[in-house]
Design a binder for this molecule. Structure first.
Ligand code: AMP
Length: 491
């Protein structure tokens, strides 16, 4: 097996890798580092999660370790499609360059030009940027790209999706013809192929099997339902989301919830908050400082639920995400793989549920064709038909990060325990049971976070069972039309 020490990296870089606790290079590192150190162009077809960031940063640091940057003339350039990814690359750089004296600047939108100008004026070895912001600096005459020796394009396919390819072509044209180019993309769309043919010179091509195969560590489930009324479909979908979270119980320590549209990111986050869930939205329309603050909160556990758009959350490397919940079936099959790959990281188990409604069939077909397997159906924890047309019984709750005690006694029929789940049967069973079905069979009511004796949130009983018909009507009237917290929500 290849070791990092076999790769001719600078000893100080090796030391930083050792400090990071890595035992051996990943396949993309093993493939990309040697040609990069030889000064060759590299075309890496690899997705996030493969270790691709280190595969370009480690050789860059080694190559740049000698020499000095001149004012306003960065010696290398790393282009990333989003601010978050750029910030993540910058963090990686700090980790791997901690024993060498190299300087960096992060040029991303949402941060004042002044601070960035000061850094550039001093001279930086590595400039990490989103394409738009980098060109803004260039046009303001603050940046000279004639000394760029290494240029990295990260996540080129995402750049394509976001319409950045003309910017990338322009930046290529502004850097010296003799530069070394390290180019990474998860897929090779024809447009990406054209760019690489134009701007890369005899690259070493390293292709890491597409992450179309989703990690074995992730249990996937498809929760299908049919809204009872068109005008209530969004409301019922939000309810279904909460029910899934409730059904997952203690297993759901935190989650990233993906929506296809920014507007839904805001609505879903707001609705979750109203229902007592500790949720925060993240998408491209928020300021950089808000986005960073939100991500920090999610990382440190002060935010339990991150409601996200694909762009804002793609490639984020946050360990310990227990769940990914697709509020919408993604319209690009690849996004499914990226989304669910936010959980089940670093050898941990993860759970990913996707809510599907009629009309999602074509997207699901594309996803299943890509991952080469059906997404196992999961039993819906709730049905909008279970109560009236709007299905407005008391909300699922309790996953706001603080334990929640139920106050209502259990009178309803006891839930049949799920023997498959109890037996520890394969998580790849055809129908994936939600954790709720690990309910207590003795009918007792105890919060499941109160210790090992507690059952899963499976012992939650839909509140309406314990309500009189009039109470139910009152609850539903209060709930119709808007997404205000539902009655009976007191804990
Ligand atoms: P990336 O694909 O660059 O987003 O990296 C995904 C994760 O893999 C990051 O958390 C890295 O810290 C981690 N990583 C990178 N290289 C290695 C390695 N050789 N061994 C173990 N983990 C690694």
């Amino acid at each position: 097996m290849t070791k990092f020490s076999d790769l001719s990296l600078n000893p100080k870089v090796l030391k930083a890798v050792e400090d990071a606790g890595y035992e051996s290079p990943t396949p993309i590192q093993e493939g990309a580092i040697p040609p990069a150190l030889d000064g060759r162009d590299v075309l890496g077809i690899a997705q996030t999660g493969t270790g691709k960031t280190a595969s370009f940063i480690l050789p860059m640091i080694t190559l740049l370790a000698r020499g000095r940057a001149r004012a306003r003339m960065p010696r290398s350039l790393v282009l990333c499609p989003t601010r978050e990814l750029a910030a993540q690359v910058a963090e990686n750089f700090d980790t791997y360059a901690k024993h060498v004296k190299l300087t960096k600047a992060l040029l991303i939108g949402g941060v004042s030009f002044k601070e960035q100008d000061l850094l550039i004026d001093k001279g930086v070895d590595v400039l990490i940027a989103t394409p738009g912001r980098m060109l803004d600096h260039f046009e303001r005459g603050k940046l000279i790209l004639n000394d760029v020796k290494i240029m990295v394009v990260d996540e080129a396919d995402r750049m394509l999706d976001m319409g950045f390819i003309p910017d990338i072509e322009r930046i290529f044209g502004l850097t010296p013809f003799t530069r070394q180019t390290l180019f990474f993309s998860a897929t090779m769309a024809p447009e990406i192929e054209r760019i690489t043919n134009t701007f890369l010179s005899n690259p070493a091509k390293i292709e890491i099997a597409r992450q179309s195969t989703t990690s074995e560590m992730i249990l996937q489930g498809l929760v299908s339902f049919r809204p009872t009324r068109r005008d209530l479909s969004a409301k019922q979908k939000r309810r279904m989301l909460r029910e899934i979270i409730a059904a997952e119980g203690v297993a759901c320590t935190n989650a990233i919830i993906f929506c296809n549209r920014k507007v839904d990111v805001d609505i879903v986050a707001q609705s979750m908050k109203k229902h007592g869930l500790n949720a925060i939205p993240i998408h491209g329309d928020l300021s950089q400082s808000q986005r960073m603050h939100t991500l920090d909160g999610f990382r440190d556990g002060s935010v339990t639920f991150l409601v996200a758009s694909d762009v804002a959350a793609r490639g984020l490397d946050i360990p310990n995400v227990s769940h990914v919940l697709n509020y919408d079936v993604p319209s690009h099959a690849e996004d499914y793989v990226h989304r669910i790959g936010r959980t089940g990281r670093a050898g941990r188990e993860g759970r990913a549920f996707t809510i599907a409604v009629p009309g999602d069939e074509a997207y699901l077909g594309a996803i299943e064709a890509l991952i080469g397997q059906p997404i196992p159906p999961a039993e819906a924890p709730w049905s909008p038909e279970s109560r009236g047309e709007d299905g407005s019984c008391p909300p699922a709750k309790g996953n706001s990060g603080t334990p929640v005690r139920k106050t209502r006694s259990r009178k309803g029929p006891s839930r049949k325990p799920d023997t498959a789940a109890q037996d520890g049967q394969s998580t790849h069973a055809r129908t994936v049971p939600l954790a709720r079905r690990r309910g207590r069979s003795d009918g007792s009511s105890r919060d499941d976070r109160n210790g090992p004796g507690g059952a899963g949130r499976g012992d939650l009983m839909p509140g309406f069972i314990a309500m009189s018909f009039d109470e139910r009507r009152g609850g539903s009237a209060a709930d119709t039309g808007t997404d205000t917290p539902e009655t009976g929500d007191a804990t």
